[in-house]
Design a binder for this molecule. Structure first.
Ligand SMILES: [Zn+2]
Length: 203
């Protein structure tokens, strides 16, 4: 039986969290073999799809200890759902049978840090960055910026808000979430110890 026929969102999440435990304890077991010993060219059945931050310190395959072919990973600074990323996730869900979507934020996120700066600083960023950072800024305006945990709060809020944005942007995904065939979760990886904590589930 094909992997996609048997992996539910519950078991997909369990596999991810078990892999994250292995990563934290240094006991990773799914180091990828060389291409000649595995058959990746016959297709893919990833059991989880990701929106991850583009940050070089964040890699779901490593953090969740999963081999090539297991995770469908889309990346953008600040792990926000852009139109192209949402379309990519729709492909994973509709064509590949993936049942779990993970929004993966992380501690010390530069994109979220930039979104917390004052307006002049945000506007003076180069190129297309002001527009990207503004999207993150919009979901952080009700947070207490004087709090010691302001950055961590904003990182969690940005990941949580991405669920709402994703469901608003995609009828394909929101329909399957409504019938509980697909789960969307938001979480944050602590870069100090590799621990991934869920901060919100779509249901
Ligand atoms: Zn980041």
């Amino acid at each position: 039986m094909d992997q996609k026929d048997i992996i539910t969102h519950e078991s997909a999440l369990e596999m991810l969290l078990e892999g994250n435990e292995r990563y934290q304890s240094g006991g990773t077991c799914s180091s990828n073999p060389c291409p000649s010993t595995i058959s990746l060219d016959s297709g893919q059945s990833p059991f989880a799809a990701f929106i991850r931050c583009a940050d070089s310190r964040v890699a779901p395959e490593i953090v969740f200890d999963q081999p090539l072919g297991s995770l469908f990973v889309c990346g953008v600074a600040g792990n926000i759902p852009t139109a192209e990323i949402v379309a990519s996730l729709e492909y994973a869900i509709a064509a590949l049978g993936t049942k779990l979507i993970v929004i993966m934020g992380h501690s010390s996120c530069g994109a979220v840090t930039a979104a917390l700066a004052d307006e002049d600083a945000r506007r003076s960023l180069p190129g297309g960055l002001p527009a990207l950072v503004e999207r993150i800024h919009r979901c952080t305006t009700d947070l207490d910026m004087d709090s010691e945990t302001a950055l961590d709060d904003a990182i969690a809020k940005n990941a949580c808000s991405a669920i709402d944005q994703l469901l608003d942007m995609s009828k394909v995904i929101s329909g399957l979430v409504e019938t509980r065939e697909v789960q969307v979760i938001a979480g944050v990886e602590n870069l100090k110890n590799g621990r991934f904590d869920i901060v919100r589930r779509a249901f």
